[in-house]
Design a protein around this ligand. Structure first.
Ligand code: GRF
Length: 207
């Protein structure tokens, strides 16, 4: 089976990028990272691929007059590396219509809450402040809205009475690192299709 080429967009720490690298390294995920693009020159994520022979690019919003020009540059970079699936891994920007239509149904994101609850920034803090007893994380296809695209996988994490934003975030992050590679694997095996708001997961024929 050919390896699906991933283009990973990051802005910061890159622990999900690390989980993806580890899953590929362990042979669990038949994919190849074609390029890692950061909108932040100081992102720790860039250090994670240093020396691995993976192409990187820093494309900063401030270098462009408009959001469209910025996103056009990212699309060009992704296409120059034959990207088949765009993986948002802590990329802190909302992507516009032009970008999304360039990779229709081929942009994925992970969010640290059970969507549609708590979209946007500081989802773990939103969950604590709301007082929910269960939160978790969601992998979804990206549309033009804020964390509003069709849901691929979700997993719950219990919220404890004494949880802080830090302790809850840490437990959710551990689950993220398993869930994101699992969703990517489904995509790479051609087992995901989008039907309106629903993502259909087909069975694994090889079993
Ligand atoms: C994760 O919590 C992810 O759910 C959210 O941004 C964070 C990125 O963390 N979208 P990292 O950069 O992958 O460590």
């Amino acid at each position: 089976m050919n390896r699906t080429v991933l283009g990973v967009l990051v802005s910061g720490r890159g622990s999900n990028l690390q989980a993806i690298l580890d899953a590929i390294g362990a042979g669990l995920l038949k994919a190849k990272i074609g390029v890692v693009i950061s909108d932040n020159a100081d992102a720790q994520a860039l250090n994670r691929v240093a020396g691995l022979g993976i192409a990187t690019a820093v494309i900063e919003r401030k270098s462009f007059a408009s959001k469209i020009d910025f996103e056009t540059a990212i699309v060009a970079e992704l296409k120059s590396h034959q990207t088949e699936l765009v993986v948002l891994a802590g990329f802190m920007r909302l992507l516009g219509r032009n970008f999304i239509s360039s990779f229709s149904g081929r942009v994925m994101n992970i969010h640290p809450a059970l969507l549609p609850a708590f979209p946007g920034l500081e989802a773990q803090k939103q969950a604590i402040n709301y007082g929910v007893k269960i939160s978790g994380c969601t992998v979804h296809f990206v549309d033009e809205g804020m964390d509003s695209g069709p849901i691929i996988l979700q997993e719950a994490v219990l919220v404890n009475t004494d949880d802080t934003v830090e302790t809850l975030s840490k437990r959710i992050l551990e689950v993220e690192h398993v869930l994101y590679p699992r969703a990517l694997k489904l995509f790479c095996e051609g087992r995901l299709s989008i039907d309106g708001r629903r993502v259909i997961i087909t069975d694994d024929d090889s079993k």
